[in-house]
Design a binder for this molecule. Sequence first.
Ligand code: MRU
Length: 341
Amino acid sequence: MPMEAIKWLGDRVRVLDQTCLPAEEIYLELSCYQEVASAITQLKIRGAPAIGVAGAYGVALGALQIKATDKDIFVEELKAITQALASTRPTAKNLFLAIDRLWQIAKKGGDVGQIKQALLDEAVKIHAEEAEATRRISQLGVGLIRDGATILTHCNTGALATAGYGTALGIIKQAKDESKKIKVLVTETRPLLQGARLTAWELKRADIPFTLITDSMAGYFMGRGEVDLVIVGADRIALNGDTANKIGTYSLAVLAKENDIPFYVAAPTTTVDPSLASGDEIPIEHRSPDEVTHIQGLRIAPDGINVANPAFDVTPHQYISAIITERGVIKEPYGEGLGFP
Ligand code: MRU
């Protein structure tokens, strides 16, 4: 059965619980917006495009939960629901864009019943658009991968993260679909091990040869000439191309530049934030210290110590060789190419 990270079931949304992978494939059926919000916060559903899709379904579900038939009261209650969903995770632009698209529809005309239906239709549309964008990204980006290449990737950017084919991992899967003989180096992606748990799971299912390494091994392999290119995803891209992605991405980009290795970012334009001139303005999520002091519930550090846990970092645009969106393979200057002149 093809894996679907997120699926609308008519009156509820089904997600594959990514916190249980790879040990168990558990599907959760979420029937209220509160459950969707907590699934996003807890990373049961994660990855920028997938968070956007989940947020959209969350708003649609929340609308169905509202009993009021008076439009003003309905809109007021829906506002609180959009705010609750928007406060789950701060960095991925896709979440805010999706919620705003639904909010704009709610504020338009029609009675409450019509608005509820329009919100649901829009959420389904957002899901389809994100899936289609990842297909295009994969087809456009595959040209960057030569036969025989070894690609290093970070975090998880596949079907799990995108509710579609994948961004960076979509390009890698496309290369395999086109019979290119590729190898992948997968960073484990501390602290929550999205690489070791999720990318390894997806690549194994896709029958793509890969080697799992710890994050700190990347320089070793780059320095030995064993990496041909790096491709990662993104959570938010500023107009100048500065890119927020999973913590550790910036270090990989600096290492890549030092070793003359091309460093690519793959993301749909829904990840681009045209309101931000540079990456300095991107909000970075800081998560619980427990994620650093514990691995899968097991404490690995002493109690009562100082711990930092920024979930993302920003890679300045000068380290990025190109950004692949559904519009094309874009090089500097980024603003116009990203669709925002
Ligand atoms: O904290 P996560 O697992 O949601 O972080 C995910 C990433 O950083 C991904 O690289 C990014 O969202 C792109 S997913 C196509």
